[in-house]
Write a protein that binds this ligand. Structure first.
Ligand SMILES: [Zn+2]
Length: 327
């Protein structure tokens, strides 16, 4: 359960079916765009509303929410802090703050804010969304042990489910999303470059080949613009999800399906940043290839949040870890 989803409450009186005329109150406009997941426009309208109502902690909270959805986590934290200064501490601000720290991959801080929310409003402790979020934040896979400076992070992983030698080359199918057909060829090349990096790091112990049909594949790669399809039970700040079938007899991976978010919302004008998408692919493929858990170093691909910028290459620690797994 994605914590942010529990927050996106649109006022019941807002039942606009079409884009509101600009004469309408900026807050009404903002909630319309928020409902459409058009966060850039929603943010502009909330900022306009703030000039009309500078002491509104609720508007500051919504600004923080939009900034979080746009990946501007530090700005979101500052807006939420301001909201608390202006309006005093409210449980909803605490839940919002927890959502931002979750996206940043900081499970401990997120948990502290959720606990604060429950102390502000005890009924929150019975909210199934909050309970699910706490379970995920307490999951050892999201609280990697081990120093971020060691040569590898094998000991930080909760468990390892390798592929059998007999499964090599792993049969990979990249499934075309007909709603997003224009991105298909580029997605194949991103998956190829990502798999090549992981396989090269094992000196060829890991290998794969592309197959044309999903029913003859043991790894299926999907892509989407629907955020709800990537809200996973084990990822904190990664907008991707991996489902796996594990053999009980030897704890090896037999089959996997990953899905990656490639657009911020359906109908968004452009696809996400390619380096960002590649990092999410590398991360989910790390899980597909056997890593259950995360690195504690936010430079690594397997850190629990996609916050690194500028590089879509495995780090030395990433390579050392997969090499140790398949040596
Ligand atoms: Zn992960």
């Amino acid at each position: 359960m994605n914590l942010a989803l529990a927050l996106a409450i649109t006022p019941s009186w807002l039942c606009l079916s079409e884009e509101p005329a600009c004469a309408v109150d900026s807050q009404v406009q903002a909630f319309y765009y928020l409902k459409a997941k058009d966060y850039p426009k929603a943010l502009d309208c909330f900022n306009a509303a703030l000039t009309e109502h500078p002491d509104s902690w609720a508007i500051l909270q919504s600004i923080g929410n939009c900034q979080m959805e746009l990946g501007r986590y530090d700005a979101a934290i500052a807006s939420l802090q301001k909201s608390i200064e202006v309006g005093g501490l409210q449980a909803s601000q605490c839940v919002n703050m927890a959502a931002v720290y979750q996206r940043k991959g900081d499970a401990k801080k997120a948990l502290n804010w959720l606990r604060l929310a429950c102390s502000q409003d005890p009924s929150k402790a019975f909210d199934p969304n909050i309970q699910a979020a706490m379970t995920k934040l307490l999951d050892p896979a999201n609280n990697p042990r081990g120093l971020p400076t060691t040569p590898d992070y094998l000991s930080s992983l909760s468990s390892v489910q390798k592929w059998r030698k007999a499964d090599m080359p792993i049969k990979v199918h990249v499934r075309k999303n007909i709603q997003l057909a224009a991105f298909y060829e580029e997605y194949i090349s991103i998956i190829k470059r990502s798999l090549d990096q992981w396989c090269a790091a094992t000196g060829g112990a890991l290998s794969y080949k592309f197959v044309s049909r999903p029913d003859s594949a043991n790894v299926i790669c999907d892509y989407t613009d629907r955020r709800e399809l990537v809200s996973s039970d084990h990822e904190l700040g990664i907008e991707g999800n991996t489902e796996k079938r594990i053999r009980m007899e030897d704890n090896t991976t037999a089959w996997a399906n990953l899905v990656i978010l490639v657009k911020d919302f359906p109908g968004a004008p452009k696809f996400r940043d390619r380096i960002f998408i590649t990092n999410t692919c590398l991360h989910e493929l790390g899980h597909v290839l056997g890593m259950h858990g995360h690195s504690s170093n936010n430079r690594d691909v397997m850190f629990s949040a996609a916050i690194r910028k500028g590089s879509d290459l495995l780090t030395k620690r990433d390579k050392n870890t997969i090499q140790l797994m398949y040596r």
